[in-house]
Design a protein around this ligand. Structure first.
Ligand SMILES: C[S@@+](CC[C@H](N)C(=O)[O-])C[C@H]1O[C@@H](n2cnc3c(N)ncnc32)[C@H](O)[C@@H]1O
Length: 284
């Protein structure tokens, strides 16, 4: 179950002095969002010219036995930046009990936030990578052509790193699997934020709930069919959503940012749309 985001990243300008950029159909209009977008591109250039800085991700690839072919410098840089928590002074939210029934914690604005402003970032404490393999043999056409790898951010304490099985299944009935905190960046990468890492308002995107989620959760027990329930869910979720996760930095996304799609008042709960697939995976 992965939160689906807008897939396209189309920067209109790479220049710091631009007044607005459009990313995934959203106009980002605040200095912080634009500076982060541009700084990510600078960090990318710096990492490309200093390959030794990519060592931690490279080592994880080696221990995962991933083909050398997949270790292109571009991919390693993208993975390094997606799985980093940068020291950002972005403090517009707090985490508290959600207003939604039985939704656990949620994300709340601590100041008015205008449409188009960056609210927070989505942490890539762990990255879920789905590499497409080249099919060379006809027989292989009928086999699984995807390899899945989990990469951990350098900032994650080694005691918090868990086996892949636990990422997908959780530990027991009470702990949610880490994949329920995953959001897509592009066709290859999804970022997973750890709920225990709740110390930095610059990286609170994984605490945003889905304002229609309870319909998807309750709907399966009722007389209505799955399709009708999902349609109701989509309608409600889109109606109340005031934010969206969007890839920043270009190059297929170097960070996932949570951006306001409506004007938000101080104290409002920040809500996004996860998409029907997320809830289908959770329910069935
Ligand atoms: C990305 S996490 C959001 C943060 C989470 N609420 C927490 O306490 O850590 C996604 C999970 O939040 C819960 N959730 C989100 N929206 C919900 C809703 N409308 N109703 C019930 N639970 C919801 C579900 O458990 C879902 O798997």
């Amino acid at each position: 179950f992965i939160i689906h985001t807008s897939q396209t990243s189309v920067p209109r300008s790479h220049c710091c002095c631009a007044t607005q950029i459009s990313i995934g159909g959203i106009d980002i209009n605040d200095d912080f969002g634009m500076q982060l977008h541009v700084n990510l591109q600078k960090m990318r250039d710096d990492l490309l010219s200093n390959p030794s800085k990519l060592k931690p991700i490279k080592q994880q690839h080696e221990s995962n036995d991933v083909d050398d072919e997949e270790l292109s410098p571009d991919a390693l840089v993208q993975e390094t930046l997606l799985s980093s928590r940068l020291p950002l002074k972005l403090n517009r939210t707090r985490v508290a009990d959600s207003n939604l029934p039985d939704a656990g914690r949620g994300l709340f604005a601590t100041q008015d936030i205008a449409k188009g402003e960056l609210i927070t970032c989505y942490p890539g404490d762990a990255l879920l990578c789905e590499y497409k393999e080249d099919i060379t043999d006809e027989e292989e056409l009928f086999q699984d052509d995807e390899s899945e790898v989990i990469l951990w951010g350098d900032h994650v304490d080694s005691n918090d790193i868990v086996e892949d099985d636990e990422v997908f299944d959780g530990t027991d009935d009470t702990s949610a699997p880490l994949v329920s905190y995953a959001a897509t960046v592009n066709d290859v990468y999804s970022v997973m934020g750890m709920p225990s890492l709740d110390y930095d308002p610059a990286y609170y995107g994984h605490f945003a709930n889905d304002g229609g989620g309870h319909i998807a959760l309750e709907g399966v027990d009722e007389a209505m069919g799955v399709e009708e329930m999902l349609a109701l869910y989509v309608e409600k979720s889109i109606e109340v959503a005031n934010a969206r996760h969007v890839p920043l930095g270009g190059y297929g996304g170097l960070h996932l940012g949570t951006v306001a799609i409506k004007d938000i008042k101080k104290g409002d709960e920040i809500l996004v749309t996860y998409g029907p697939e997320y809830w289908m995976d959770l329910n069935f």
